[in-house]
Write a protein that binds this ligand. Structure first.
Ligand SMILES: [Zn+2]
Length: 280
């Protein structure tokens, strides 16, 4: 794929963790379910390659060796094939890791950012609220919120920008979501979807017959989203705000009602795997 050509979007997955299906769907869930770590690659004219999250990488295993971060590994056992990290997938696609210009970090949970060390030239973009929380929390408190400081490269803060500072334009869209325009284009917009994590980001993409609302972890399943089933309340232990979570879901529902031709995708939804370009 040549750089600086046409706008494009592709999805990939790097590893997965397992959890009880009851957590996702307290009404109908049975046995275990998998949470694939999906991430996206955009090619943006006159900018280059931009990733949205990275999925898991081996850095997760290294970062969860010491206490208290080891608790994270016990809570969410991870499976990652040897050639499945974002870096390896991109090399397989003919894209060297140093060509990645930006990584938009949806939120700081390890299944979204474990690969950020592998991209030496990437600038990182996240929301003000997300980084504020990262800076506040250490030790157990950080692990409880799913934040592993050990995943950050040593120059992380030098390469980090907030989306509020980076965006060309910030507005509130018709559905009450804060929306950011960036990279001088209109067909890809980042939206603030708080609740699951503080300052979590998703995006809206419409180009070349592909219309996608990417809701990140605003829900874990399109099925429960459509049926109005919320996750088991135990998730409140690590969610940032249950009120924000339900409000964000309502806003995405309003978006879908007004834009029925859009596909609503969530990072860990099994239906999202139909959109990914790598084989798993
Ligand atoms: Zn998350």
């Amino acid at each position: 794929m040549a750089q600086n050509s046409e706008l494009s979007l592709r999805f990939f997955a790097s590893g997965y963790c397992t959890a009880h299906a009851q957590v996702v769907n307290p009404k109908e869930g049975k046995g275990k379910t998998t949470f694939s770590a999906v991430w996206a690659l955009l090619n943006i004219p006159n900018v280059g390659y931009v990733m949205f999250d990275t999925g898991y990488s081996d850095a997760f295993h290294a970062a969860t060796k010491p206490f208290p971060d080891r608790i994270y590994r016990w809570a969410t056992p991870v499976t990652l094939k040897s050639d499945e990290s974002a870096k390896e997938i991109l090399i397989g696609q003919g894209i060297q890791p140093d060509l990645i210009k930006y990584i938009i970090i949806s939120h700081f949970h390890a299944d979204h950012i474990a690969g950020i060390r592998d991209f030496p030239n990437a600038k990182f973009i996240c929301s003000e609220d997300a980084i504020e929380e990262v800076l506040l929390l250490e030790g157990f408190k950080a692990v409880k919120k799913g934040i592993l400081h050990g995943l950050f490269p040593s120059d992380f803060y030098e390469r980090l920008m907030t989306i509020e500072a980076f965006a060309d334009k910030t507005s509130i869209n018709n559905f009450g979501m804060v929306e950011f325009e960036l990279f001088g284009i209109n067909d890809f917009k980042v939206v603030l979807l708080p609740g699951h994590a503080k300052g979590m980001l998703g995006f809206i993409y419409s180009n070349n017959g592909q219309s996608i609302f990417y809701g990140t972890d605003a829900s874990w399943s399109i099925e429960t989203f459509n049926k109005g089933i919320l996750p088991k309340k135990i998730v409140k232990l690590f969610f940032d705000s249950w009120d924000d979570y339900t409000r964000t879901i309502d806003k995405i529902k309003d978006f879908k009602l007004a834009n029925p031709h859009y596909d609503i995708l969530f990072t860990h939804c099994r239906e999202t795997l139909k959109y990914i370009s790598n084989e798993i």
